[in-house]
Design a protein around this ligand. Structure first.
Ligand SMILES: Nc1ncnc2c1ncn2[C@@H]1O[C@H](COP(=O)(O)OP(=O)(O)OP(=O)(O)O)[C@@H](O)[C@H]1O
Ligand SMILES: [Mg+2]
Length: 433
């Protein structure tokens, strides 16, 4: 399919300075193009660099290496044909809805009467008639995001970038708004030629996009691509859509084998990063998986429907369960291991024991904490040295979160305790006796 390229990234890399001043690679070797007539969805774990990629394309931040172009020209700052919608709406609270929408036009130097006409028309198109004089705080989240979208669309952008534009909204409002955008797009009521959306929601991506790309983490690279040839509007419960959701789930949970191999060539460093989930989610998913109708084996999308948790919460939970050896996650399916089965059938005390034992075997950070505590005559240590250790390979905030997860899991598995008043770790009483 020959199509004109709107935006193109070639070998794009970006790193940020971490707390200790060392550069940390967030994106590496990213090649991507957005063609005319396409809606592309970008998926990837939290922290994989999706927003960074979008901000590069919007000209808000420069790249460190590689080329980024918009209609063949290098991107060196915000281009007038490219508009962005943010998850946080990013409206000016002291400006009215009308003024917020007119802002982009003002920057283009458009005279006031024309600005007003264009903004009025856009407010009508996006369902905000009568709200022009309101302040953002007087509106609901859904209405505020309409303003964010109107502000982006009023400039008649060639390319629209949306960073989790619907995820701060409740499910129904998000769905309504995204259907309205698709409607405007499919009926050619907006002149926009290409849309790139970042999403955490696999179903949203499958319902909207002509193509889905998946970013791997640490550093972010484009790992897989799925083309979707189904006409829109799509039925969420059709067999085709369900099969695609399945496929994308499979790709998202796949372990990047080659990357792990190449990584092994470099100096091996224990991976102290931990999936950010808590024990209640782990238990919830395991219990659900063990019960009817799954009986130990489930298709991830089906499990997600029953779980009443978002994809954002579920992915780290699957990762944790896999890491602890309680289930196997493969190709969009999750299956309890024999130990996992044993675990869900066990009563309280035994559950804690199994959890603790798996933790010490499979989670290097937990094993390290336990080992250091055992070496201490008092059996207790401040948390700071562990945070420092983690900061050697992680960002300050990631280090803090990794330790929080390790503390929560460790307490549950009764391999160490944590005093929230003093911030000290200690061996459980049983072992210290
Ligand atoms: N300005 C910055 N300075 C330092 N580090 C940054 C900056 N912006 C992003 N990062 C880091 O880069 C990594 C990627 O961030 P980014 O926001 O692009 O991820 P994301 O995929 O959008 O995540 P999420 O799904 O949570 O929105 C993170 O580790 C983040 O902490
Ligand atoms: Mg983001």
């Amino acid at each position: 399919m020959a199509q004109n390229v709107l935006m193109e990234l070639n070998g794009v890399a970006k790193s940020f300075r971490s707390a200790d001043g060392a550069p940390r690679l967030v994106l590496e070797g990213v090649n991507f193009s957005l063609g005319e007539g396409e809606i592309v969805a970008l998926l990837g774990k939290s922290g994989s660099g999706k927003s960074t990629l979008l901000r590069i394309m919007a000209g808000l931040i420069p790249t460190d290496a590689g080329q980024s172009t918009y209609r063949g020209r290098g991107i060196h700052g915000p281009a007038s044909g490219v508009a962005m919608v943010f998850q946080s709406f990013a409206l000016f609270p002291w400006l009215t809805v009308q003024q917020n929408v007119e802002l982009g036009l003002e920057a283009q130097g458009m005279p006031a009467p024309e600005r007003e006409k264009r903004a009025d028309a856009m407010l009508e198109l996006i369902g905000l008639t009568g709200f022009g004089g309101a302040l953002p705080r007087e509106l609901s989240g859904g209405m505020r995001q309409r303003v964010g979208i109107a502000r982006a669309l009023v400039t008649n952008p060639d390319v629209l970038l949306m960073d989790e534009a619907f995820s701060a909204l409740d499910v129904l409002t998000g769905e309504t708004l995204r259907n309205e955008i698709l409607d405007l797009w499919d009926c050619n009521r907006i002149p926009t030629k290409g849309i790139l959306i970042v999403s955490h929601n696999i179903e949203e991506a499958v319902m909207m996009a002509d193509r889905i790309i998946i970013l791997s983490s640490g550093p972010g690279r484009i790992r897989s691509e799925v083309k979707i040839a189904l006409p829109r509007p799509r039925a969420a419960d059709s067999a085709e859509v369900r099969a695609l959701i399945d496929e994308v789930y499979g790709l998202m949970t796949m372990r990047p084998v080659q990357e792990a191999r190449t990584g092994a060539v470099a100096a091996p460093r224990p991976d102290y990063r931990l999936p950010e989930t808590d024990v209640s989610h782990i238990e919830g998913v395991l219990d659900l998986l063990a019960g009817a109708p799954f009986n130990g084996h489930a298709d991830l999308p089906q499990l997600a429907e029953e779980a009443e948790l978002s994809d954002e919460e579920l992915f780290p939970t699957y990762e944790a369960i896999g890491l602890l050896g309680l289930a196997q996650v493969e190709k969009g399916d999750i299956t309890l291991t024999p130990l996992g089965r044993h675990y869900v059938e066990a009563e309280h005390t035994l559950r804690h024991q199994i959890f603790g034992q798996q933790l010490l075997t499979h989670v290097p950070l937990a094993a390290r904490i336990r080992q250091r505590l055992e070496q201490e005559p008092t059996g207790t240590l401040a948390e700071e040295p562990f945070i420092e250790l983690l900061e050697e390979s992680l960002e300050a905030d990631e280090a803090k979160r990794a330790l929080e997860v390790a503390v929560e899991w460790g307490r549950y598995g009764e391999v160490y305790e944590y005093d929230f008043h003093t911030g000290r770790l200690k061996l459980p009483d049983r072992a210290a006796e």
